[in-house]
Design a protein around this ligand. Structure first.
Ligand code: SF4
Length: 67
């Protein structure tokens, strides 16, 4: 979602009222995840769900290899 179309966007401050980040590309979203964690990424971000899924798969694979 574009922040300017969102009800949580503050047009005066030109930022998210919730302090969330909304990366524009998958690469940016991936870097944001590595630096700030998943909670920093907006729930309306186009890449958030794929990042969560990728992380879940990686954790399952790690657990499987640890057994
Ligand atoms: S970061 Fe998310 S919640 Fe915040 S203004 Fe943008 S779309 Fe809305």
């Amino acid at each position: 979602m574009n922040c300017r179309d969102c009800h949580r966007f503050d047009p005066e401050k030109e930022t998210c009222k919730d302090g969330k980040l909304n990366p524009l590309t998958y690469e940016q979203a991936s870097e944001t995840l590595m630096i700030y964690g998943i909670r920093a990424i907006c729930i309306f971000n186009d890449y958030r769900e794929s990042l969560i899924e990728r992380r879940t798969v990686a954790m399952k694979e790690f657990k499987r290899q640890s057994e």
